[in-house]
Design a protein around this ligand. Structure first.
Ligand SMILES: Cc1cc2nc3c(=O)[nH]c(=O)nc-3n(C[C@H](O)[C@H](O)[C@H](O)COP(=O)(O)OP(=O)(O)OC[C@H]3O[C@@H](n4cnc5c(N)ncnc54)[C@H](O)[C@@H]3O)c2cc1C
Length: 495
């Protein structure tokens, strides 16, 4: 103690202390504040902080009546409203300049579980975790959710998310009915048989057609699976997956493709969840496990080059060790997310997702290999992970990324925040998108807007119908966000 007291009197020690504290502080400053300055009140942003904007205010949602009043007033007075869940979308989907943001998270009650019909009715601000906690004791599980359960129901349905299940298609197909607050302030009960087709536009509608108040989702059993893992060459994946689709015993599946220099886009491993015929009501839901170790491993991979090779080998060993393990469906749908957190001054990590038809996958990957450097250690634009998912054809939504059965490549990218670094990332991602379009593919819309309007229109040929319906149902453009203005509003005048 005495020694410490003496140390604190030494100027060099104090200098080191101040330096360390300064570094820790800097490390924890949100990315938008680092880029745009500290003192900006009323600045809204989302998961990456790439698109901060001044907004009028955030309103905490409390009740249907309160929301109805806000929407009716906005419709009369020409105000703009955006809807927000957890704000893990990355392209300004949840706010608009000088607009009002409805924070939906406080309306999060699980309202009713119907055991006979296997459905759950839940308010839209609830997270998937909250739904899992309610249905697990009854032996039920979700039909579709993202691999992590942290997101809100309203936010996930409004992007029509997909996950590891290979039998149900994207999330919109699991909605039985819902209650929507429309742009003119009416509350509507919407079913699949609805003549006005609200589901077609609200689901995957990016908050532009109204507020989802509550939703009734179809459930399935909380089956117990055995995990099967296997290493294979990327060229063999389409055949492997075709066989998997025919094997009704496999319920869920995902894969990873190597981004390590020595096996870049050539090696893969697959993880399948096979039915055991057993259903679980007893096991508890798992929490975040092994976060520190996963974070250390991911941070190692983030160094690139040889470290990425070491990371890939470690991942393969870890995945291999899972072979034969048993897991419940609910637990397979709540992977860890904390280890992914990334804060580094001057840099950002973003997601992008590209979808291609399964039979294009092999040539697509071969051509992608020509486009991307296999070793990006010294580059500003770095790819840290590619996960492969299946998205079965979606017949429900209008802005539809799975226009046929698709394989999705979920890509974790890191790049710098200087203007020229963002421009370089944009240019590379646009080339990647062009390649995807050439192969009959699409890309996912909840992420940052690197793609051009022309690329958006090519990937989503229904965009005109979407826009026409938007203006028909919301003539005063009450529901507005930055995604809408960038891709749809200004895309309106190209004829
Ligand atoms: C780490 C990470 C992992 C991811 N993994 C997956 C994955 O496995 N599969 C996948 O498909 N996607 C994945 N995503 C994308 C994610 O599903 C979407 O970003 C989703 O929108 C997140 O939900 P949220 O609650 O954060 O929504 P928000 O970002 O808050 O909102 C998304 C959109 O929904 C609208 N919205 C929100 N609530 C409502 C409501 N009640 N009524 C009407 N509109 C509303 C918003 O206006 C906005 O347009 C991932 C994203 C991240 C960051």
């Amino acid at each position: 103690m005495k020694k410490l007291g003496e140390l604190t009197k030494k100027p060099w020690f104090l200098a080191i202390l101040v330096g360390v504290l300064g570094f820790v502080l800097l490390w924890n400053i949100p990315v938008e504040k680092r880029k745009y300055g500290f003192f900006q009140d009323g600045l809204a942003t989302d998961y990456t902080g790439l698109l901060p904007k001044q907004i009028e205010r955030v309103v905490e949602s409390k009740s249907q009546e309160q929301l109805q009043e806000i929407v009716q007033k906005a419709n009369q007075k020409g105000q703009h409203i955006s809807v927000a869940g957890l704000q893990h979308s990355q392209g300004g989907h949840t706010y608009y300049e000088d607009g009002v943001v409805l924070d939906m998270r406080p309306v999060n009650e699980v309202l009713e579980i119907n055991k006979e019909e296997k459905t759950v009715k839940v308010e839209a601000g609830a997270t998937w975790e909250e739904v899992q906690e309610a249905v697990q004791p009854l032996g039920f599980a979700l039909q579709v959710s993202q691999s992590q359960a942290i997101f809100t129901i309203g936010g996930s349905l409004s992007v029509n998310a997909h996950g590891r299940d290979i039998r149900f298609g994207p999330m919109a197909s699991t909605v039985k009915e819902m209650t929507v607050l429309t742009p003119v302030g009416d509350v509507k009960k919407v079913t699949r048989a609805d003549d006005e087709e609200w589901m077609r536009y609200v689901l995957g509608g990016y908050g532009l057609f109204g507020v989802i108040l509550d939703v009734t989702l179809k459930l399935t059993d909380n089956e117990i699976y055995t995990i099967h893992t296997e290493e294979l060459s990327a060229a063999d994946y389409p055949k492997y997956f075709d066989r998997l689709l025919d094997d009704s015993k496999t319920a869920m599946h995902y894969a990873r493709v190597s981004v390590a220099p020595s096996s870049f886009l050539e090696e893969m491993y697959v993880i399948d969840y096979r039915k055991t015929g057993e259903i679980d009501k007893q096991k508890s839901l798992k929490g975040e496990e092994g976060v520190r170790l996963s974070k250390i491993a991911l941070d190692l991979g983030r160094q690139g080059g040889i470290f990425e090779d070491i990371f890939w080998s470690a991942q393969k060993k870890y995945i291999d060790s899972l072979d034969g393990d048993r897991i419940t469906r609910n637990n397979a749908m709540r992977s860890e997310s904390n280890f992914m957190e990334f804060t580094k001054p001057g840099r950002v990590e973003v997601l992008q997702e590209f979808f291609v038809p399964l039979d294009e996958y092999k040539t697509y990957l071969r051509e992608l290999k020509q486009l991307l450097p296999s070793n990006d250690q010294k580059d500003d634009f770095q790819i840290h992970n590619i996960t492969v998912r299946y998205a079965a054809e979606d017949q429900v939504t209008s802005l539809n990324y799975a226009q046929e059965n698709m394989v999705g490549l979920v890509v974790l990218i890191q790049h710098g925040l200087q203007d020229e670094q963002i421009a370089e990332a944009e240019s590379l991602i646009q080339d990647w998108t062009d390649l995807t379009l050439e192969h009959g593919g699409t890309y996912y819309l909840p992420y940052y807007r690197y793609q051009s309007r022309e690329q958006f229109q090519a990937a989503y040929p229904n965009w005109k119908d979407f826009l026409e319906e938007k203006l028909e149902r919301d003539p005063n453009e009450v529901f507005r966000n930055m995604f809408y203005d960038y891709y749809l509003k200004e895309g309106d005048d190209d004829e």
